[in-house]
Write a protein that binds this ligand. Structure first.
Ligand code: GDP
Ligand code: MG
Ligand code: ZN
Length: 293
């Protein structure tokens, strides 16, 4: 498994050690970029380094951050310094929902400072495993350990929420750099630059990734606004119950999603995010989407 990619070198975990590999030219010619998380075949060279020969088929892949074969995103959020905007959470969730076999877990950090009941209620209602933790006191870390056990998880979240602190708590040997939340806006500095999968134990792999700002943001990898409804899992029970076929769930009469919203079965902020993403997708011309895919 490729654990780290840096400056044209791929660090491949062969189960015992990390082997520094270069990719064969054919990857470049075929415009295939080996990704962190890829299962690969390499040839060992006499000097201890290696050459990447083959990439095994991927279960899923993200372009930014560039990782493959991720079982789940652990979306780290916080109710204080910095406050996480639910829209950013929902956008990242929507991206993950379109990937094969990639679940999302919501991890509310800094619960020593704030319980963030609003965020807890929104994501529990939407059907996501939602945990409260504190990297500072250790609260909830056992639940988080259980949630990531045996899986490959990418930790994401806005800068300063405590992703690196949580990973250091899970594995004190990591010594990931922790940034002070220093500026007046309460944003953390970007201290995490490259993507790397770390082995916590056995098959438990974790990656510390850059914040939401660089998480595939401009482009949602959806084929169109019509697919967006499927990226909101709590909408699914209602999708076939709308009065009109092709209902956009934005303002139609007899819309079952809007009714569920009214009845409190869908959180207002989730539907608001859906509307905002729907508008964004509406403004991407058809031809541009075709070119992207
Ligand atoms: N009170 C409190 N502070 C925390 C907690 N987790 C992280 N921090 C602080 O938040 C700041 C940003 O942490 P960092 O791990 O660098 O965040 P990242 O940008 O998401 O990786 C640092 O000053 C941490 O000490 C927590 O659970 N409680
Ligand atoms: Mg960090
Ligand atoms: Zn509808």
């Amino acid at each position: 498994m490729i654990r780290k990619a840096l400056s044209g070198f791929y660090y491949v975990d062969d189960g015992e050690q990390l082997v520094t590999c270069r990719a064969r030219g054919k990857f470049r010619h075929q415009k295939i970029t080996p990704l962190v998380g890829d299962q690969v075949i390499f040839t060992a060279l006499t000097d201890g380094s290696g050459t990447l020969e083959e990439i095994q088929p991927r279960k899923n892949e993200f372009r930014r951050p560039a990782v493959a074969n991720i079982d789940q995103l652990v979306i780290v959020v916080s109710g204080v310094i910095p406050v996480t905007d639910p829209f950013l959470i929902d956008r990242v969730i929507a991206i993950a929902e379109t990937k094969q076999g990639c679940d999302s877990v919501i991890c509310i950090n800094k619960s020593d400072l704030c319980h963030a009941d609003d965020l807890y209620d929104i994501y529990t209602l939407a059907g996501f495993l939602t945990l409260r933790v504190s990297a500072k006191t250790g609260e909830g870390m056992d639940m988080l350990s259980a949630a990531i056990s045996g899986k490959a998880s990418a930790f994401t979240g806005n800068s300063g929420v405590g992703k690196s602190s949580i990973l250091n708590r899970l594995a004190p040997g990591f010594h990931l750099q922790v940034g002070a939340v220093s500026d007046k806006l309460g944003r953390g500095r970007h201290t995490t630059r490259h993507v790397e999968l770390y082995r916590l134990s056995g098959n438990t792999m974790v990656a510390d990734t850059p914040g939401f700002s660089s998480f595939d943001t401009e482009r949602m990898e959806l084929t169109g606004k019509e697919d967006l409804q499927n990226a909101f899992r709590e909408f699914r029970p209602y999708l076939n119950q709308c009065r009109f076929a092709g209902c956009s769930h934005t303002k139609e009469k007899g819309c079952a999603v809007l009714q569920a919203l009214k009845d409190g079965r869908i959180a207002p902020s989730r539907h608001a995010s859906y509307l905002r993403l729907y508008e964004q997708l509406k403004n991407i011309p058809e031809w541009e989407r075709a070119r992207e895919s």
